[in-house]
Design a protein around this ligand. Structure first.
Ligand SMILES: *Cc1c(COP(=O)(O)O)cnc(C)c1O
Length: 359
């Protein structure tokens, strides 16, 4: 027995979710997004579990280098691209493909030794206004890139969708149209779709899809869970009940005395807090799965502990395990209660937790 908070990563769920992504993708190839330590699930183990993906996508060169050092041979795309010549040379040496999102990155490629050419995707800003070259300049830049000796063709064209998770298609249509016009006449594969677009808008699929969050069993859509989309939660975060105590009606619980027992009840104390990655902003009422039922958070989340209302006559005992999120307690519900998204919760699990891996 231990009071550690545990994050169990289910590799079978990752494989299942990749198969679901493929089913939705049809003929498009699948680039699995495993940036940010594979959304908190562990970079290397996730890359191995997703060996059936056609390629992997990371945000930073360092993440790609770590994958290569671990012996991962799958094609890898660095989504943020290389900042300077040094980063670009490191990418080339490790056979990492890079995104080019600003014109100055062409100069870096011009100065690169062509002995080991690298794969390149040109990112077009079709309306998100975060990264990407102006649509009007895309075709000329694509032509220039395609002629560089250090670039292995064909050069891809990609964009990122800002509102693919919205109920309406309008903004996504507008970005798609903008991208299609910018890329017209260019020879090379095209990629637009994140998980939301992959699941909801088949006309965005093009040649490569780039799912991330769905691979972890989490819905990209508000008010929907991964399970309702045929996905399986890949992370289960559990904490240990370490005390059970009676509470009289009206007694306050926790910092700031923000919750008072509305009636005589039993309070459960679970040894998990924001120091483990449980969101501090989760309010009273946030669900926790314990012994076959949902109980509600009662009082503020603290660094090492949360408190839950077990109800009068509860038979829970110290040592019992609570599921904070996972297959029985959707992370989407915890995130919604805390005013955030499942992405942030799984990324935010801290190093204090013990990680278990289920094959
Ligand atoms: C993270 C990321 C994705 C995956 O997005 P999800 O919403 O997690 O599916 C796709 N493309 C780019 C450029 C990304 O940064």
């Amino acid at each position: 027995m231990s009071t550690a908070t545990r994050a169990s990563v289910d590799l079978g769920a990752l494989r299942h979710n990749l198969a679901q992504a493929r089913r939705h993708a049809g003929r498009a190839r699948v680039m699995a997004a495993i940036k940010a330590d594979a959304y908190g699930h562990g970079l290397i183990r996730t890359a191995r579990a997703l060996a059936a993906a056609d390629a992997l996508a990371v945000a930073r060169p360092s993440e790609g280098l770590a994958l290569r050092q671990a012996g991962i041979g799958t094609p890898i795309l660095v989504l943020d691209g290389a900042l300077d010549g040094e980063e670009l040379r490191a990418c080339a040496a490790a056979a990492l493909d890079v995104v080019v999102h600003r014109a100055a990155q062409l100069d870096l490629l011009r100065r690169l030794d062509p002995a080991r050419p690298l794969g390149v995707w040109l990112k077009v800003d079709s309306g998100m206004h975060r990264l990407g070259v102006a649509p009007a300049s895309a075709a000329a830049l694509h032509r220039e890139l395609s002629l560089l000796p250090a670039v292995r063709g064909p050069v891809g064209l990609m964009t990122h969708l800002a509102e693919a998770d919205a109920a309406g298609a309008q903004a996504t249509r507008r970005q798609c149209d903008c991208f299609a016009a910018a890329a017209a006449g260019c020879h090379g594969p095209r990629s637009l779709a994140n998980s939301a677009a992959l699941l909801r808008w088949p006309w965005t699929h093009a040649d490569w899809v780039r799912p991330g969050i769905m691979l972890y069993g989490i819905s990209p859509f508000a008010r929907q869970t991964g399970a309702s989309l045929g996905l399986r939660a890949a992370m289960r975060l559990t904490g240990t009940l370490i005390d059970v105590r009676p509470l009289a009606a009206g007694e306050a619980v926790g910092y700031g005395a923000t919750w008072h027992a509305p009636a005589r009840t039993v309070l459960g104390v679970i040894a998990t807090g924001y120091g483990d990655g449980y969101p501090r902003h989760a309010p009273s009422g946030t669900p926790v799965w314990l012994n076959g039922r949902r109980v509600a958070l009662a009082g503020r989340v603290s660094m090492d502990l949360i408190t839950v209302d077990l109800g009068h006559g509860a038979s829970d005992r110290p040592g019992d395990t609570a599921e904070l999120w996972g297959p029985r307690q959707p992370v989407e519900e915890v995130a919604a209660a805390a005013g955030t998204i499942g992405y942030e919760l799984v990324c935010g699990v801290t190093r204090r937790t013990t990680v278990d891996v289920e094959p």
